[in-house]
Design a protein around this ligand. Structure first.
Ligand code: SAH
Length: 371
């Protein structure tokens, strides 16, 4: 449903843009010009679309069309180079988008991320690669007990234009020019992408065909909406899949992620095992470590048995804590021991380096903090 931003060019496919131009009396090729301008060139205003005549740009404006980029209302810069953007949407709502130069791309498979303490360049500086963490909803309806976004509740779904628009706005702000440098996208910001499935999938299509980011450089993370995991496996163009596991048995998982009462570990791991992986592709399981709750050696051993035999790796995330949460961050020693047990059991495991904790940009911290 795209009613909220019916007049936004961002969010329309090249086909839809072609229909739009033809309906307003223009030749069909102008649709492709609009598509190029909006996604490749990432214009902010109609005036910037130099391939169109002044007259037609004015006409589009009169018809109520605009590019529809979200407005960057605030920008917070971390000491590690991470930037948290507060994005203003057309209806006055806000979401957050995070830019991580040399970021964790959710791959961590080569071991180069964990403990990799290289200096990140400041905003605007050249980067070898970067990761953008994008939001899919305003707030979130999944009530994970350790996540700040959950405290907001869900306000609404984002349109596909608002999802792609976050990325276009960040690329523009960071001065990333086509041809694209290496940019990874993780759908791991505010919200549950699989509860906004159609708009999420459409945004992927626009990112691939329009912005030019390959699907293999994108990862979507779900809290475990099992029917959508099955649907997702049937998509022809899709990001890689990450699943937020966060507990090693049903009792514990239902406590920290109440949605486990609807889709339990048997359902979830069944869907994960049935998931059609591509050649060389791996599933990722995220596991947020909560001190003295799910981080004991026996949990690590239980977790190893849960995922045994799967083509999967485990990303361990030490809790990013805060006053509103009743959980604490485990010590580095406990995190290291948990990882050691997994690795010894033959399960690839990595500790995700926290990014932008000082500006409330790290995993689970997105709650639109403005101070
Ligand atoms: N709703 C999706 C997308 C969000 S991804 C999902 O749940 O997967 C955000 C990741 O951060 C998830 O793996 C989640 O488990 C993790 N997370 C949430 N709160 C956190 C916190 N306070 N500290 C560390 N990680 C957290």
């Amino acid at each position: 449903m795209e009613t909220l931003q019916a007049n936004s060019l961002l969010g329309l496919t090249s086909q839809e843009l072609t229909t739009l131009v033809v309906d307003s009396g223009q030749p069909a090729y102008r649709g492709q010009q609009l598509f190029e301008a909006v996604y490749r060139q990432r214009v902010e205003t109609l005036e910037e679309i130099s391939t169109l005549s002044n007259e037609y740009r004015a006409r589009l404006g009169e018809l109520g069309w605009r590019v529809g980029l979200p407005k960057i209302s605030r920008k917070f810069l971390s000491s590690d180079g991470t930037v948290r953007y507060l994005m203003g949407l057309a209806d006055g709502e806000t979401v957050e988008t995070v830019w991580m130069p040399e970021g964790d791309d959710g791959e961590t498979g080569d071991g180069s991320e964990a403990g990799d303490e290289e200096e990140a360049p400041a905003t605007g500086a050249p980067f070898r690669r970067a990761t953008i963490c994008v939001s899919s909803q305003v707030g979130c309806a999944v009530n994970c007990r350790f996540c700040f976004t959950a405290l907001l509740g869900v306000k609404r779904n984002l349109t596909s234009g608002e999802i792609v628009g976050q990325i276009a706005a960040v690329l523009r702000d960071q001065g990333v020019q086509p041809p694209m440098q290496r940019v990874n996208i993780v759908f791991m910001g505010m919200g549950e992408p699989f509860l906004n499935y159609d708009n999420f999938i459409k945004s992927v299509q626009l990112l691939v065909e329009g912005v030019g980011i390959p699907e293999a450089r994108m990862t979507v993370s779900t809290a475990g909406i099992v029917p959508r995991i099955h649907d997702f496996g049937r998509e022809t163009v899709r990001p890689k899949l990450a699943i937020s596991l966060n507990a090693s048995n049903d009792g514990l998982r239902s406590e920290v992620m109440p949605l486990n009462r609807k889709w339990n570990l048997k359902d979830l791991l069944g869907a994960a095992r049935a998931f059609p992986l591509r050649a060389r592709e791996k599933l990722t399981f995220e596991y947020v470590l909560l001190d003295a709750v799910n981080d004991a050696p026996e949990h690590a051993r239980e977790l190893a048995e849960l995922v045994r035999g799967m083509r999967a790796k485990i990303n361990l995330i030490a809790l990013n804590s805060g006053a509103e949460l009743s959980y604490r961050t485990p010590s580095q020693e406990r995190v290291a021991e948990f990882k050691r047990i997994l690795v010894a059991a033959g399960i690839p495991a990595f500790v995700r380096r926290p990014r932008g904790r000082d500006i409330f940009a790290a995993c689970g911290q997105l709650k639109r903090t403005v101070a």
